[in-house]
Design a protein around this ligand. Structure first.
Ligand code: FHN
Length: 483
């Protein structure tokens, strides 16, 4: 018998009950006031970042986005010191995208930085680039002001690792592009890798799978020169450089962040106030994770099957398989594919940001130029059916796609015909509106349109005006009715 008078054999149960009681009491206390876990704190703070966005920028979203929604088509430019090795390192071809060469071969910081002395793009001509984009029907340009390798493609006071100070070129291509865009009425935007920076100490490094044949630290840095505080990198390099690109180049129409790995709400809050430097600017969704919306979504290298209803979105895509120039990448998409992508994206209510990767001489690769010329020829005839249009009212059209413009008393439907009907009968399935007129956009010629139990049938000429995509314009009366 224990001195308490309780038989020993009952003690284990008593102790267990006591422990359980303590746990329950502790849990209740904890639930009442849980200690702040970092993520939890960030979730709260993320809300702070999300709230800051919602409060300060969301209210002007529609005003700022209007031109962007009407533009539909832009040029992405990935250009940097990585165009010097052009995907080859010490005779070995990279299997990765060209702008990732430094990471792919775990090139030490100093060795990679030495490439700058070989970077002298004397054939760079901003007017030619802007003219090429404009003639292709593009309304805006987004160029990489700094990519993950940390090299600034502008004259930066925050870091000497830039094209003006660290290369024999000694010019500022962003300054020259800003002037050329102004002359041609093309909107200019800047891409900035805010988190990943493989040059400046503390910059983040990619957290995905890395072939680890070299000793990589827990931050995936492969060179001790990369080690440091990320917040210091943000305070000393990233924030000052974003301030520079938003202050020194006139109107900036778009800010295109990228790969926000390791971004936290506190770090987001260091960048958000900078957006006030450009009150008309639109911003993508890659400054921070899901909670942070930005103005538009950015599906990459793919076209969402049904678009992203209710959201502004922009598909960015390469013309071959790399963003930055690789001398041996010749897997070029055809002009037909690129034009039909543009139509497909517009028919789903999205924008198309089509990439070029210039060479280290400052030239846009000839295969890109040829395709942009062909797209331009198509846009000269069919641009009206892309710019300022909205998504198709049809779920599926067997012969192509549709874009539309709502009018005060009805709508204009642009039927983009990829497969021209052999029998000369184009069925517009389920369309119940009265057709006021049907014409070919290419030459304005009038077509017959008749109601049919399946919808509306338009009689078209035997030959398609354009093998890639011909546009039939239907003006219909009343609110759109598609069964
Ligand atoms: O890592 C980058 C890549 O290099 C390229 O810039 C693309 C373009 O959208 N963004 C990242 C990959 O998602």
């Amino acid at each position: 018998m224990h001195s308490t008078g309780i038989p020993i054999r009952h003690w284990p149960r008593i102790l267990l009950a006591g422990a359980l009681l303590a746990i329950v009491a502790g849990a209740r206390l904890w639930a009442a006031d849980p200690p702040a876990k970092p993520e939890a704190a960030s979730a709260g703070a993320a809300d702070e970042a999300a709230i800051a966005w919602q409060q300060e920028y969301a209210p002007t979203h529609d005003r700022r986005m209007q031109w962007w929604r009407e533009a539909r088509f832009g040029m992405f430019i990935h250009w940097g010191v990585y165009s010097v090795p052009a995907g080859v390192w010490k005779g070995e071809k990279s299997k990765r995208i060209g702008e990732w060469l430094m990471l792919d071969f775990k090139i030490p910081v100093a060795e990679y930085a030495a490439l700058a002395s070989q970077f002298n793009p004397v054939k760079f001509n901003a007017d030619e680039w802007v003219k090429l984009a404009k003639d292709a029907g593009m309304k805006y340009i987004v160029i990489t002001s700094k990519h993950h390798d940390g090299f600034a493609m502008f004259h930066s006071g925050a870091s000497p690792y830039n094209i003006y100070d660290a290369t024999p070129f000694n010019r500022d291509p962003l300054k020259e592009l800003a002037e050329a865009c102004k002359k041609e009425g093309i909107k200019l935007g800047f891409y900035y890798s805010e988190a990943q920076d493989w040059h400046h100490p503390g910059g983040a490094a990619y957290k995905g799978k890395i072939n680890t044949d070299k000793n990589i630290d827990k931050e995936n840095h492969w060179d001790t020169a990369q080690q440091g505080s990320m917040d210091e990198y943000i305070d000393k390099i990233a924030v000052p450089q974003v301030k520079e690109i938003l202050s020194n180049y006139g109107p900036v129409a778009i800010l295109w962040w990228d790969t926000p790995g390791d971004m936290t709400p506190q770090r987001v809050m260091k960048f958000l106030p900078l957006l006030k430097l450009q009150p008309d600017m639109v911003v993508n969704n890659r400054l921070y994770g899901k909670k942070y919306t930005g103005d538009f979504e950015t599906p990459e290298q793919k076209i969402p099957a049904t678009g992203i209803p209710g959201k502004d979105w922009e598909t960015c895509m390469t013309m071959n398989t790399t963003w930055g120039y690789k001398s041996f990448d010749d897997k070029w998409k055809s002009a037909e594919t690129l034009i039909r992508n543009l139509v497909d994206i517009a028919s789903k209510g999205g924008n198309y940001l089509l990439n070029v990767g210039p060479t280290s001489e400052g030239l846009i690769p000839e295969p890109s130029v040829e395709r942009l010329h062909e797209i331009g020829r198509w846009m000269k005839v069919n641009g009206e059916a892309i710019y300022g249009t909205t998504a198709s009212p049809f779920k599926n059209l067997p012969w192509g796609r549709c874009t539309k413009k709502l009018t005060t008393d009805g709508a204009t439907l642009y039927l983009h015909v990829f497969q021209w009907p052999e029998d000369g009968k184009l069925l517009v399935p389920g369309l119940k509106n009265t057709v006021e007129s049907a014409t070919l956009l290419s030459d304005g010629s009038t077509l017959e349109a008749a109601d049919d139990e399946g919808g509306v049938v338009v009689s078209v000429p035997a030959d398609a005006p354009d093998k890639i995509s011909s546009t039939v314009v239907l003006k219909v009366k009343g609110t759109l009715k598609v069964e």
